[in-house]
Design a protein around this ligand. Structure first.
Ligand code: PMP
Ligand code: PLP
Length: 510
């Protein structure tokens, strides 16, 4: 027997960095895994765009022959200096072939570049940005999508111990990522219209550096179809928030993947003039960093996006990019460049037509989902939700205060148990037993074959002793998030189960 095999392996965990040890499991992924518990489970949880919404039908790669008959693949490769790739669909083909064509040469796109990719790729990002946002004086730097863009912003702007402001319910992966960088979260109240400017101002004007540490200098926010609550900031709020940012010297990280999914009750098109102006479009002081993603307009697996920021922030972010992951993959560069600028591509106006039709399709899904929701779920009287103006999520309030086992806790309970979902922040001084009831409701849904995302996974992980102690977030976690991004076929069966689970749950006294 091999002697090495008989020896026990040493525990090498002491080699792990404190950054890694403070990293928590991503609660969204936990919910995703729960939804795979059995093959019949219907998931209304994750906002994954349905594959029918990707504009790509087929991708064809033409590569060097390497079969046994080929003695020397390199020599037999017809023209190694100008390989070809073609992207085709039943309606239009986009191809990137040779150095001599007007198309973006493959050779160039697959070569090394500066941190932001090939010139033509930068040009494509700028064309789109200028068409929709026309920012005063900004540059575009590529990313691998918004998660990557947001984390790059944190690394650009925050030191360990810094405080960052965010919507009190926020998309979990970025808020999770910040924790391992030693960032503390500061919640700002939201209502149906999104982040409340007066609450933002109050948090900043009341700030006491002795007890709370350094005053926040960064706001992370999702202005359209906020994930998870679905709310959208109106123009007035946007102006007020920008003015507060100028007054208190804040940088705004504008994470806006649902910008193109702004719905309209009239039949107006989603042309820029009908879309809510972004923060970056009004950014005269260079204090907005917009993170832009292809995940919802093309496909999440593209892992392609960019940040739009002032030349000063750009320069420093470029240093980070050039000494880490570098520019986006060549295929993504080719795709975006050919799509926007290539002779067979869509052009900006074609892109606009695509996102308009995408918006219409999501709006159809939203309306369809809402009708079923009203019929199957709201009709029970135990839950309610309003159709969102943008995005892919319905934020459903469960009327837990009417549950037979609802109770007010005798004294502030600061030691509530961890929920089903690991990583749920524990725990502020709460007054209700919402957490236990929500856990039970979530488990009942799973057992009945449907997954929703409980609001607790979005609760901002903040230091409870410092904020909102009179009105803790835990007493407002009686919500679940459902998505209408998934297949039509599962909407009705899924929501029927939710309605039945609610009826059973509200009639159970023990
Ligand atoms: N994790 C990551 C990192 C994501 O980008 C997404 C897509 N939003 C998800 C999970 C799925 O999250 P959601 O349910 O909010 O769409
Ligand atoms: N930010 C928000 C608010 C999201 O909802 C998502 C996912 O949809 C992301 C960021 C991550 O996007 P990406 O796939 O571009 O990393």
């Amino acid at each position: 027997m091999n002697i090495a095999m008989t020896m026990s392996k040493p525990d090498l965990r002491h080699h792990l960095s404190s950054e890694v040890l403070s990293r928590k499991e991503n609660p969204m992924k936990v919910v995703q895994r729960l939804s795979m518990r059995n093959s019949n489970m219907i998931s209304l949880a994750n906002g994954d765009p349905h594959f029918s919404l990707y504009p790509i039908r087929k991708v064809k790669f033409e590569v060097a022959p390497v079969s046994d008959e080929v003695e020397d693949p390199f020599m037999s490769w017809q023209n190694p200096n100008s390989p070809s790739i073609s992207f085709s669909s039943s309606r239009s083909d986009i191809s990137s072939k040779s150095l001599s064509s007007e198309s973006i040469p493959l050779n160039a796109a697959l070569q090394y570049h500066g941190g932001t990719g090939s010139d033509v790729f930068v040009h494509a990002m700028e064309e789109l940005t200028n068409y929709y946002h026309n920012p005063p004086n900004h540059k575009c730097l590529n990313t691998l999508g918004n998660m990557d863009g947001i984390v790059k912003c944190f690394r650009l702007l925050a030191n360990p111990g810094d405080n960052i402001l965010a919507d009190e319910f926020a998309f979990g992966p970025p808020t999770n990522a910040a924790l391992s960088q030693g960032i503390n979260w500061v919640p700002v109240r939201i209502d149906k219209g999104g982040l409340i400017p007066s609450d933002l101002e109050k948090v900043l004007s009341d700030w006491d550096e002795e007890t709370k540490g350094r005053k926040p200098r960064v706001l992370y926010t999702v202005p359209c179809g906020q994930n998870p609550t679905g709310c959208t900031l109106n123009l007035q709020r946007r102006k007020e928030i920008y003015a507060i940012a100028c007054k208190y010297d804040l940088v705004i990280i504008e994470d806006d993947p649902y910008y193109f999914l702004q719905y309209s009750d009239s039949d107006g098109d989603a042309v820029p003039s009908n879309l809510m102006p972004s923060f970056v479009s009004m950014d005269t002081e260079g204090r907005v960093i917009r993170v832009e993603s292809c995940s919802k307009t093309i496909a999440p697996g593209m892992r392609l996006g960019w940040v739009v920021c002032s030349p000063m922030f750009y320069e420093h972010m470029l240093h980070l990019v050039e000494s880490s992951a570098q520019f986006s993959h060549g295929f993504g560069q080719i795709f975006l460049s050919e799509m926007i600028l290539g002779p067979q591509g869509w052009g900006v106006l074609g892109f606009d037509r695509w996102v308009q039709s995408l918006r219409k399709e999501y709006q159809r899904r939203r309306d369809h989902f809402q009708v079923i929701f009203d019929h199957e779920v709201a009709s029970t009287g135990y839950a309610s939700a309003e159709a969102p103006e943008a995005g892919m999520f319905l934020w459903i309030r469960i009327h837990l205060d009417e549950h037979p086992r609802f109770k007010l806790l005798p004294s502030r309970t600061a030691d509530s148990k961890n929920g089903l979902i690991q990583g749920v922040p524990t725990i502020y001084g709460r007054k209700t037993n919402f957490l236990e009831l929500m856990d039970e409701f979530f488990e009942n849904c799973l057992n009945a074959g449907v997954v929703l995302t409980p609001s607790s996974v979005f609760a901002l992980p903040y230091e409870s002793s410092l904020f909102n102690t009179d009105d803790p977030l835990e007493d407002r976690i009686n919500y679940v998030r459902a998505t209408f991004a998934g297949p039509y076929e599962t909407m009705e069966p899924g929501l029927k189960i939710v309605g039945q689970v609610l009826r059973d749950f509200f009639s159970s006294n023990e």
